[in-house]
Design a protein around this ligand. Structure first.
Ligand code: KPL
Length: 318
């Protein structure tokens, strides 16, 4: 089985490094030629925060290619799985052109984005593809173009998008097997939507507040004021889910507190984006809740406000 990973950010590097180390055949598509050259020269290093020996994948074992060549090279030699690890912003900007030659292809695509909105776009771009959505809580921190820290093992839930009851097929099982072998616990689910909405709510509460206050996740629990603002975002989001008929039988408030504890030293992905002056995913996380709220005729003032706060943190040239 060959796996193509589009995006060599923190999650892409982590997956590529550990999958190759465990014996999978992987091609890694990077945004810059400079990163491709660095990967071929230095390989990938995956380190851990708990004192475990780092994993070193030599450059000679890495096939790193520039994304600018994807539309030309991939259709000539397609793989078994395409794994998308780029964030929502670049995904919406780059993928329509990148994936255009694959419009009729029945490829297997696994999407690992936070937030909501990308699966609909991908369905439009790739009507014949087998689309799988995944939700992961694996912690990954990129230290350089070739180095990533595996900051805590999480859980990955994978399910077919928009088709129910058929996820236990051989092709999904073989990808899951490769991921498990590489050290990523995976569950195949026929209810991936539930996992996506759960993660969306967790991200909509934790990410923007940590970005605005510039604090690690665990610090959210350190004062009543912080907790009360989390609670406001949480309650608005639950009212949106109720209004849209999104089943939410899980105790999400406790889950949010538990994620803050379990990842207490981590910087959320949104804070990492703000610190690196990168576009954040606020539009696809809190923005999609505002969108869903509008469709149901309810207002979510705390989410509207936090979106403006986060957007104002990155100054774009006019
Ligand atoms: O998914 C995350 C993120 O940072 O995007 C959490 C769960 C908040 C962990 O940091």
């Amino acid at each position: 089985m060959r796996i193509d990973i589009i995006g060599a950010g923190s999650l892409g590097l982590l997956l590529a490094g550990k999958l190759i180390f465990a014996g999978s055949r992987v091609r890694l598509w990077c945004r810059s030629e400079e990163q491709c050259a660095a990967l071929s020269e230095d390989g990938i290093t995956v380190s851990y925060e708990d004192g475990r020996e780092p994993i070193l994948v030599p450059g000679s074992e890495i096939e790193a290619l520039p994304m600018s060549e994807f539309s030309r090279l991939y259709p000539e030699k397609p793989g078994d799985w395409l794994v998308l690890t780029v964030k929502q912003g670049p995904l919406h900007k780059m993928l329509p052109e990148l994936l255009a030659p694959l419009r009729q292809s029945e490829l297997n695509l696994l999407c690992l984005q936070n937030g909501w909105g990308h699966m609909e776009l991908l369905r439009e771009l790739l009507p014949a593809a087998h689309l799988y959505a995944a939700v992961t809580t694996e912690g990954a921190k990129r230290e350089s173009q070739v180095r990533v820290v595996h900051a805590g093992t999480g859980q990955t839930v994978i399910g077919l998008w928009g088709e129910s009851g058929t996820v236990q097929n051989n092709i999904a099982a073989s990808l899951a097997k490769a991921l498990v072998l590489a050290g990523f616990p995976v569950t195949l689910s026929n209810q991936v939507d539930t996992a996506i909405f759960r993660k969306l709510l967790i991200n909509a509460v934790i990410n923007p507040l940590t970005a605005v206050w510039r604090i690690p996740n665990g610090e959210l629990l350190s004062s009543d004021l912080r907790l009360s603002m989390m609670r406001e975002l949480y309650e608005e989001a639950v009212s949106v889910y109720d209004a849209c008929g999104i089943a939410c039988e899980f105790s999400l408030w406790d889950d949010i507190l538990e994620v803050c504890r379990a990842t207490s030293g981590n910087l959320s992905s949104m804070l990492a984006d703000v610190l690196a002056s990168r576009e954040t995913e606020i539009g696809w996380i809190n923005g999609s809740l505002v969108e869903l709220a509008k469709q149901s005729g309810i207002d979510v003032p705390a989410h509207r406000w936090i979106i403006r706060m986060v957007e104002g943190m990155i100054v774009k040239e006019r």
